[in-house]
Write a protein that binds this ligand. Structure first.
Ligand code: HEM
Length: 239
């Protein structure tokens, strides 16, 4: 008889739940320190899992923008962008949970991290590249803008038309939701860092909070600029 698939097998839970290995465990560390380190590890691991989904969804969006010339997949793009925005919100909420990391326990297990640092997250760098920053647009916006041009429009005109641009409007809204969620995630990271370690240097060798603050960036500058112009146009038209 075929083996019946069970929840724990489908999700490979034995493997998944064997991957949290606090370095303080097995030493004469307090139980409280081991539990806090487990909390710290789970927050990072689950963030990496969500990053995996966000990157896959956004890369699928870029794929639609680069391989199609019409709006046949546009509603799927809206779904993907809205999901990515919701998941960036999950990253933000997970960071705010880390506000509950015990100051004493973190100080006790931090040296066990060696030089390991979130700055070495390959998935974070992939996401940052996709989304771009305040100075440079990333492939997400570049491919959107080129797709819009191929379909005979301009982003500027679509931004001006607002809700009358229909699915293009929903895409622009969702892109900005991803960008704003990304910004909130970065800012909550800085506030978390100042709460648990003040202005100490990071394990990755940076100055810590000051460095992270300088990295906070609001992506999609062109869209924000165009929305600003549309705002002025709409307020003049209604006066
Ligand atoms: C108590 C918790 C945390 C502390 C104290 C902390 C601290 C830091 C510090 C000081 C840096 C600067 C680089 C360095 O010198 O190490 C950094 C970078 C980073 N951390 Fe965290 N972090 C925490 C939680 C998290 C979590 C849960 C994530 C989720 C993946 C994360 C992701 C990152 C990323 C992606 C960077 C690079 C940011 C950039 O280059 O702009 N961190 N972290």
């Amino acid at each position: 008889m075929a083996h019946e698939l069970k929840y724990q097998n489908y999700l490979e839970l034995d493997t998944l739940l064997s991957l949290q290995k606090p370095r303080a465990a097995g030493s004469d560390a307090l139980k409280s320190t081991v539990l806090s380190e487990q909390f710290f590890i789970i927050a990072h691991q689950s963030s990496e899992l969500w990053l995996r989904q966000i990157i896959a969804d956004l890369e699928a969006v870029v794929d639609v923008f680069t391989t199609t010339d019409d709006t046949s997949n546009a509603e799927w793009v809206v779904d993907l962008l809205q999901r990515a925005a919701a998941l960036v919100g999950v990253l933000h909420t997970q960071l705010t949970a880390l506000d509950k990391l015990s100051l004493r326990d973190f100080a006790l297990f931090r040296e066990l991290l060696g030089t390991a640092s979130g700055a070495q997250s390959g998935q974070f760098h992939r996401l940052a590249h996709l989304i771009g920053n305040a100075e440079h647009e990333g492939p997400l916006y570049e491919s959107f803008s080129a797709w819009v041009a191929r379909s005979g429009h301009s982003v500027s005109d679509l931004a001006r038309r607002g809700v009358d641009a229909h699915v293009y409007y929903r895409i622009i809204e969702a892109l900005l939701d991803v960008g704003n969620g990304y910004w909130r995630w970065q800012v909550s990271h800085v506030s978390l860092v100042t709460k648990v370690m003040g202005s100490h240097a990071g394990t990755g060798g940076s100055t810590g909070a000051d460095y992270l603050l300088s990295r906070c960036t609001l992506p999609f500058a062109e869209l924000r600029e165009l929305r600003g112009q549309a705002h002025v146009g709409l307020s003049v038209a209604s006066s």
